[in-house]
Design a protein around this ligand. Structure first.
Ligand code: IPM
Ligand code: MG
Length: 364
């Protein structure tokens, strides 16, 4: 059935404005062929918004995000804004959106495209077949806990952040992880630091309680340091990794790199209402403006948007299939190229994916 939807398009900083147009083109193509009416609403965010309007998350941007059916976000941040006061930094926009939209669950799938097994820094036999979903709690923990701040002391300063989790917060994210596992291999690894942190002890207890209603799913608990090691030692042991905001931030970068490049991975942040879809990589200011960023994480985020926000499974699969196809036929941006391979840029990679989508739809 054809849908009519609005998408807030927040390109942001660094490579964001390069990869975003490519993803939007892909969504437009898929939408057009499916007869869907997709309306794209661009809005400033992050450093771009600071420069234009003095604030990383302008009210109008938040309003557009809230009232859209989904938010597509590129990346925020860059060295030119690093010395601003904490409340005015680009990253605050991202955290503000997560908080204001109530996006408590962040889904970060790390799957190895077989063609890229040799692009990873790990051995092929270690990474072949990996398919991990990191379910990261996104609106709690040390990212948002109070007290926080830096205060003067007689001898210098004291910096404070607080890791806090409530039963409700743990229950709802654990439920997301168990539900996801049911649709996958049925295994959840809950990651914490219960040997040291009380908040983790509660985490472990509540996850175990939620598990009582998911007996068909296998649950095990793992300390975060061990998990970091196991991800590199034997990543195939993982199906769903359920973890806190901070641990999820760290482990998802590690999981991403197993797949060859952090530039490949999409994510979905979901909660009660509008969801947000973004690649897990950052703004990569060092390579911005050179047409060399990998747009696949951004495009794949568009596919997740189609699937989760609009229920357009076929369209999502079409986009993912096109990504798979261009990789199988040897298209490589710099980050995923073996030595000697021909390297293409951001726009060319996008054009090839688009060409595949158009070709398939004409033949369909
Ligand atoms: C991520 C990023 C963000 C985070 C930053 C940019 C605030 O690293 O989405 O993983 O820490 O959550
Ligand atoms: Mg991160």
């Amino acid at each position: 059935m054809a849908v009519s939807k609005t998408i807030a398009v927040l390109a942001g900083d660094g490579v964001g404005p390069e990869i975003m147009p490519v993803a939007v083109e892909v969504l437009k193509a898929v939408g057009k062929h499916g007869g869907h009416a997709l309306t794209f609403l661009p809005a400033p965010v992050g450093g771009q918004a600071i420069d234009d309007m003095g604030w990383p998350l302008p009210d109008e941007t938040l309003r557009i995000a809230r009232t859209s059916d989904a938010v597509l976000l590129g990346a925020v941040g860059g060295p030119q804004w690093e010395n601003l006061a904490y409340e005015r930094r680009p990253e605050r926009a991202l955290l503000g959106l997560r908080e204001q939209l109530g996006l408590f669950a962040n889904l970060r799938p790390a799957r190895l495209y077989a063609e890229l097994a040799d692009a990873s820094t790990l051995k092929r036999e270690v990474i072949e077949g990996i398919d991990v979903l990191v379910v990261r709690e996104l609106t709690g923990g040390i990212y948002f806990g109070k007290p926080r701040g830096v205060e003067a002391t007689p001898t210098g300063h004291r910096g404070v952040n607080t890791e806090v989790y409530t039963t409700e917060e743990i229950t709802r994210i654990a439920t997301v992880a168990f539900e996801a596992a049911r649709k996958r291999q049925g295994r959840v690894t809950s990651v914490d630091k219960a040997n040291v942190l009380e908040s983790s002890e509660l985490w472990r207890r509540v996850v175990t309680e939620v598990h009582h209603t998911y007996r068909d799913v296998e649950l095990r608990h793992m300390y975060v340091d061990n998990c970091a090691m196991q991800l590199i030692r034997n990543p195939r042991q993982f199906d769903v990794i359920l973890t806190t905001n901070l641990f999820g931030d760290i482990l998802s970068d590690a999981a991403a790199m197993l797949t060859g490049s952090i530039g490949m991975l999409p994510s979905a942040s979901v909660g009660a209402t509008t969801g947000m879809y973004e690649p897990i990589h950052g703004s990569a200011p060092d390579i911005a403006g050179q047409d060399c960023a990998n747009p696949i994480g951004m495009i794949a985020s568009g596919a997740m948007l189609l699937r989760y926000a609009f229920g357009l499974e076929n369209e999502a699969a079409l986009v993912e299939g096109a990504i798979q196809h261009v990789l199988a036929t040897g298209s490589r941006t710099r980050d995923i190229a073996d030595s000697g391979a021909t390297v293409i840029g951001t726009r060319e990679m996008g054009a090839r994916i688009l060409e595949r989508i158009d070709g398939l739809q004409v033949n369909a």
